[in-house]
Structures are given as C-alpha cells and as structure tokens.
Design a protein around this ligand. Structure first.
Ligand SMILES: NC(=O)c1ccc[n+]([C@@H]2O[C@H](COP(=O)([O-])OP(=O)(O)OC[C@H]3O[C@@H](n4cnc5c(N)ncnc54)[C@H](O)[C@@H]3O)[C@@H](O)[C@H]2O)c1
Ligand SMILES: O=C(O)[C@H](O)COP(=O)(O)O
Length: 389
C-alpha cells in the first residue's frame, strides 16, 4: 500500500483516480506528495518520500536540487491548465481593449435613477479598439503561449513569438502564420499587446524590465500570467505612470502595484477552472501511480524522462549522479549476487542519471542486500525494487 499526502486543493476527480493500492492521508511517512502551489522550498522531506507531483505546471515552489540529492523524482502535469490560462488572457485582452474595467466602474458610481442621459453623453470616454488587425507579441510559445498565439490569430490579430528553446511538440502546435522573432526586443517592437508565458528560473527573473518596456510600442498592454518576478513590477509601474504602457494585467499581486490606475491584478486564477483543476489532478494521480508502480519518469522535471516496458517480474531503479562507471558498478553488484539482468536502460539529464534494470528473480533478502550495497556507492541517491503488479 502506498501513502499519498496531499497539499492544496486537489480536485476530487484526481483523488478518485487512485487505485486501491494507494491511500490518501496525512501520513508522516508518505511515498508521494501531490501538490499545487504550496511552497516547499524550506521543507524537510521525510526519508520515505519518493516522488513529488505538482498538479499544474510551475514548479518553482519545489527545491529541485534538494529533491534530486534525496532521490525524489519531481513531476508536473504539462498542458493541464493551458486552455484555462489562454482563455483568461484573451478575455483580458478584450477587456483592456474595450476599457471594460473603467466602464464598469463608471456605470456603478452614479446614484441617479435614470443615468441613461448621462451615459449617452459620456460613453465616448470609453470608446475602445478591436483586437482584429492589432499586433500581439507572445514571449514563450509552450503549452500556454502557443494556444494564446493561435487564438489571437483566429481573432484576426497579427502574432509574433519569441522562444529560443521551443520543443518540437510545441512547434507542431503553432500556426504557421505566427511570425518568429530572434530576440525579445524584436518581438515586442510595434506590438500592441505583449504576453509572457515562460517558467520562472534564474534566466527569466526580470525578463521584462526597463529595456524591454522601452522597446515596446507606446500605449502597449502587458500581461504576466507566468510568475511574479519575471516582469519587473517596479519598472512596469514607472512605465504606466509615464504613460508608456497603457495597461498591465497580472495574476501575481504585490504591494508596489496595488491600487494603481491601469493595473489589473487577479489572484493567481490562471489555472483555476473546474476543467483545468480536474485535468491536473487526474494527470497528477496517474503520474504518482506510474512512477511508484513502474518507475516511469515521463514528465519528470529533475530526472531524464524514461518509459521502459516493464516485462520482467522485478525492476531495480537507481537514481544517481551522472558520472562514469555507474552502470558498470550497478551491473557488477547485481552479478555478485547472481542476479541475472534481463534488460538495462540508462539515461541522463544534466548532472543526474537514472538506471532501470529488469530482472527475473530477486528474493527478499538478496534484494535488501543489493539495496544496501548499491546505497554504499557515494554517487547513488536512491535505489528501489519494484515488483511487477
Ligand atoms: N497563472 C497561472 O495560473 C498559470 C497557469 C499555468 C502556467 N503558469 C506559468 O506559466 C508558465 C508557462 O506555462 P506553460 O504551460 O506554457 O509551460 P511550458 O513549459 O509548456 O512552456 C514554457 C515555454 O517557455 C519557453 N521559454 C523558457 N525560457 C524562455 C525564455 N528565456 N525566453 C522565451 N521563452 C522561454 C520554453 O521553451 C517553453 O516553450 C509556467 O511555467 C507557469 O509558471 C501560470
Ligand atoms: O503553474 C501553474 O500550473 C499555475 O500557476 C497554477 O497554480 P495552482 O495550481 O496553484 O492554481
């Protein structure tokens, strides 16, 4: 029986996905954490913990190096909430183009019983523009960015994208009418709307700051539905106050931008739809089960992604440093115990590697001895023996 500890609100459909071999509880010795945005950066992980699965996309709340060092596989659920973010960003583009926030405020502050005369006189103050024919720059063309780009094209916009690390899967999704820029500055130049959809990491903090804001078209509208810090809010506030940017919409509030004219803040609800939360939870539950029951690392963000058909009665998995002679040492330790290897696979991601060995037989005591002996190799982070279900 595997123990799964949940953090945040995980959709019921996901919790119901688990088979009877998984128990959802608040155990002190969980095999898995199923999380959303909970901040685990200072968390002390229990020794029992083998995997952390983030239902959703951004995993900047998980200390990847610490997890890897402790042999914990970390996963996310790519694409599970991309449509939800796309729809919110498109709705905000329309809302800003049509001055909906100011128009709503105006219409709500009059106490007259019949305000029709006044509104007919004043309504020109809220004249808007249409998205069709306008130019949108999309920074980051992954699951969210590609969908925003395609939807904007369908609304008649001209779209230019920037993503130097575009995966082939994402590239297939992008309409060929989306133009490619080779720098952020080129992408944002002449754009009426700029939206950012990149992960938060050392390279993307401050990705949009004074230089990029200066390069933007006067009166451009900017969206940050990625993470706090990717857009430099201090620089944006200045650009808003100087009239350079006409509106800024973000999912991540902080005091410096609170209660400011032409800044709209939503409370991190980009992925908060019934559909997206259910997608993430179901995908997350499947990921926990697959990893614990087969060692499958598809969608891991700290281990190489490996999906090896499990065709033998037992599987030994080893998470280790990516250094020479690890496969040799693992094979030797198995041979020392007369364990015959049926199939062996190895792959690396940066400084970490993963080795999967399928064997026909490994009795309990021999297995425990093997685990102890492999754990003595200093570069080994975690060894598991999984019995085929
Ligand atoms: N507001 C929300 O509720 C919400 C919901 C989903 C995702 N997000 C955030 O949005 C981010 C993007 O989500 P996604 O599903 O599209 O992720 P994704 O991994 O599918 O796509 C991210 C894209 O960014 C690109 N990229 C990375 N660094 C870049 C850089 N320096 N310049 C340009 N492009 C760069 C990558 O190549 C990739 O194509 C997530 O990491 C998460 O932080 C927020
Ligand atoms: O990165 C994500 O998937 C989003 O920011 C959603 O976060 P949430 O699961 O906390 O709503």
């Amino acid at each position: 029986m595997y123990q799964v500890k949940t953090f945040n609100a995980i959709a019921k459909s996901g919790l119901e996905t688990f088979s009877d071999d998984f128990k959802i509880n608040q155990s002190d010795d969980p095999d898995a954490y199923l999380i959303r945005s909970v901040n685990l950066l200072q968390e002390k992980f229990p020794e029992s913990l083998k995997t952390i699965v983030r239902c959703g996309v951004g995993y900047n709340n998980v200390p990847l190096d610490k997890a890897t060092e402790q042999g914990i596989a970390v996963f996310n659920t790519p694409g599970s909430n991309a449509n939800a973010v796309k729809e919110l960003v498109i709705s905000l583009m329309i809302a800003t183009a049509r001055n909906l926030f100011a128009a709503n405020q105006y219409s709500n502050i009059h106490s007259e019983a019949d305000i029709s005369q006044r509104t007919e006189k004043d309504k020109t103050k809220f004249n808007g523009t249409e998205l069709a024919g306008k130019r949108l720059a999309v920074i980051g063309l992954g699951n969210v960015g590609s969908r925003v780009a395609n939807a904007a094209l369908a609304l008649g916009m001209k779209v230019i994208g920037y993503d130097p690390f575009l995966s082939s899967n994402a590239a297939w999704r992008i309409d060929n009418q989306v133009k490619r820029a080779n720098s952020i500055r080129r992408a944002v130049k002449n754009a009426d709307f700029v939206t950012v959809h990149v992960p938060k990491n050392q390279d993307t903090i401050g990705l949009i700051s004074t230089t990029e804001l200066t390069a933007m078209k006067d009166q451009a509208v900017l969206f940050n539905y990625s993470r706090i810090g990717i857009v430099d809010n201090k620089a944006v506030l200045k650009a808003i106050q100087e009239g350079k940017i006409s509106h800024y919409c973000t999912d991540f509030g902080e005091p410096i931008i609170a209660d400011q004219k032409n800044i709209t803040i939503t409370p991190h609800i980009g992925g908060s739809t019934l559909e997206a939360e259910s997608n993430g939870a179901v995908q997350g539950a499947d990921t926990v089960m697959n990893y614990l029951e087969s060692g499958d690392t598809t969608n891991s963000v700290n281990l190489p992604n490996m999906k090896v058909p499990f065709e033998a009665p037992y599987r030994v998995t080893v998470i280790h440093k990516n250094v020479p002679n690890m496969v040799g040492q693992i094979a030797t330790k198995m041979a020392d115990r007369e364990i015959n290897i049926e199939n062996m696979s190895n792959a690396a991601k940066g400084s970490t590697a993963y080795t999967v060995v399928d064997v026909n037989s490994i009795d309990g005591e021999n297995g425990q001895n093997l685990i102890r002996s492999l754990n003595k190799i200093p570069e080994v982070h975690r060894v598991r023996i999984i019995e085929h279900q």
